[in-house]
Design a protein around this ligand. Structure first.
Ligand code: AMP
Length: 519
């Protein structure tokens, strides 16, 4: 391993860490993205982890094993990223969402290494709408998995990159409609030559294929209960089976007009026919939410549908015919996936990873000269998916309100400065509450945490000026610096986040996980 590291032969990859499925890709000598199969020979690895009594399973085997042991299984951990309250306890051990995600990353990395050799660095994708806490949790998951996270890239930007390198990737405005297993976002991106500029983005981190499955789970359970008087949702195992058969039925309904779903519980067997029409009417309100968001994003970008040249559907759930119909109806344009909908995000992440290496002036040994030249010219610009605000006491109303410092959809990186006067003689510390969101009511926003500006020089009178700079970096992560205006010197500042792991916790969890193997 050390030998390979010295000769620079370790790979840099892109990973689409999805709610339901995870994919890993690299770029070949010609600069083309290639999705790497896992140990089971499949390109998509279910994001499922099961802690069996004898070891840890991830992927297809975990999905199967989860049916027998749902209490030891974790599904959809992406929905918990950035949630400080969520912990999974099993066999006396406690796992954070970051640690469970790290196990999924470890599995796809170790499997890919069998095909492409050692992997040292990765770009991991996140929904554009992920806030600071969720982005940090994703970066930490990579660190816990033992990989150097080169960058975090927005899923729609990755899709646009993958798409932009195909024949159809002409210049113009692209709308990326990304409906995956657990998240949805709509993003407007302008492609101008080698530049990909995000204009606006919005979405929902709690809307995805799972919600469509859930409607079927409830519908089938209600029918079963009506027929037999028992509810399969009462039993973890029966429910786990029902989720799987509902997802399968949903996929069948993308190809066929109707399907039959068997449901069994407490010795009863039911068999229910579901038509595509019924399924679509059960879920039309979910689709309507995506329509509203999509139309709003086009408007936020300052455009109408006429100004949108192409629509890129991405994410497995865009295979549902209702999605394609919706997009064609609202846009008046033909909608075609030029890059397979499940592969574009991982493919784009691999391209972005190559671009990061090339921009850092490092040689990328696996890339040919022509491809390096071509990819090296690409530039991407993202926007802030959430406004950044500060809670202040309004001088007029004396109520607390959110003072928006950086508006939503500002181009990244972005900084804004505010100057504060100290309130009393000798004040050495200023505490600021930082939030993401643009609602005036402080409670209607995502609380990032408290920024503590400490160590202001002693003995200053009230009104001494301190200049605070708030910024979003290119990854959409928040930073804060403060400067004593009189001395022109930086003052110590620290954001104590409501959510997220400290550096020691990250290295501690990395150490713990390095001792565990995935079967
Ligand atoms: P992704 O996170 O992009 O990999 O998308 C995964 C989601 O796509 C899951 O909810 C799947 O159930 C869903 N999905 C995959 N294939 C189909 C299909 N043929 N029809 C409907 N949904 C699908």
């Amino acid at each position: 391993m050390a030998e390979t590291a010295k000769s620079g032969k370790e790979r840099t990859v892109g990973i689409d860490l999805g709610t339901t499925l995870t994919k890993l890709a690299y770029v070949d000598h010609e600069g083309r993205p290639v999705i790497v199969p896992n140990a089971e020979g499949e390109l998509l690895t279910p994001s499922v982890v099961v802690f069996t009594k004898s070891g840890i399973l991830v992927g297809r085997d975990a999905r199967r094993e989860a049916l027998a042991d749902p209490a030891r299984s974790v599904f959809n951990v992406k929905r918990q990223m950035g949630n400080p309250k969520w912990r999974f306890k099993v066999d006396g051990e406690t796992y954070t969402p970051e640690a469970v995600s790290a196990l999924i990353l470890k599995k796809v990395i170790q499997d890919a290494e069998m095909h492409i050799g050692p992997i040292r660095r990765a770009v991991i994708t996140v929904p554009a709408y992920f806030d600071d806490a969720r982005r940090k949790a994703t970066e930490d998951a990579g660190a816990i998995a033992g990989v150097e996270v080169l960058d975090i890239v927005n899923e729609p930007t990755a899709s646009a990159l993958a798409y932009g390198l195909t024949k159809a990737g002409d210049d113009g405005v692209i709308l990326v409609y990304d409906l995956g297993g657990g998240t949805f976002d709509a993003t407007v991106i302008e492609k101008k030559g080698n530049e990909f500029i995000t204009l606006a983005t919005d979405g929902d981190v709690e809307l995805g294929g799972k919600d469509w499955d859930e409607r079927l789970v409830n519908y089938l359970s209600d029918r079963f209960r009506k027929e037999f008087g028992d509810d399969p949702r009462e039993d973890l195992q029966a429910l786990a089976y029902l989720w799987i058969s509902s997802e399968e039925a949903k996929k069948t309904l993308s190809r066929r007009d109707k399907t039959n779903v068997p449901v069994s519980y407490k010795g009863h067997w039911g068999n229910y026919e579901v038509t595509r029409e019924e399924f679509e009417s059960l879920t039309e309100d979910l689709l309507a939410v995506t329509q509203l968001t999509t139309e709003m994003v086009v408007e936020e970008a300052g455009l109408t549908w006429q100004g949108v040249a192409r629509i890129i559907p991405t994410g497995g759930s865009t295979r549902m015919p209702m999605v394609q119909r919706l997009l064609e109806r609202v846009s008046g344009k033909e909608v075609k996936a030029e890059v397979p909908v499940d592969e574009s995000v991982a493919a784009g992440a691999a391209i972005h990873a190559a671009i990061c290496v090339l921009h850092s002036d490092e040689r990328m040994h696996e890339l040919g000269a022509e491809a390096a030249e071509r990819l090296g010219r690409i530039r991407t610009t993202d926007v802030a998916a959430h406004a950044l605000g500060l809670i202040i006491k309004d001088a007029g109303t004396l109520q607390y309100r959110n003072d928006v410092l950086i508006p939503k959809n500002s181009r990244l990186p972005v900084s804004v400065m505010r100057t504060y006067g100290t309130a009393y003689d000798g004040q050495q510390r200023i505490i600021l509450q930082v939030v993401q969101g643009d609602a005036p009511d402080p409670d209607a926003n995502i609380i990032i945490g408290t920024a503590d500006v400490t160590g202001l020089p002693a003995g200053r009178p009230a009104g001494a000026l301190v200049r605070v700079t708030y910024s979003y970096d290119r990854k959409g992560r928040i930073h804060l610096t403060a400067e004593d205006q009189e001395a022109g010197e930086l003052i110590a500042t620290e954001i104590t986040r409501e959510a997220g792991l400290g550096p020691e916790e990250v290295s501690d969890q990395a150490r713990r996980l390095s001792l565990k193997s995935i079967e």
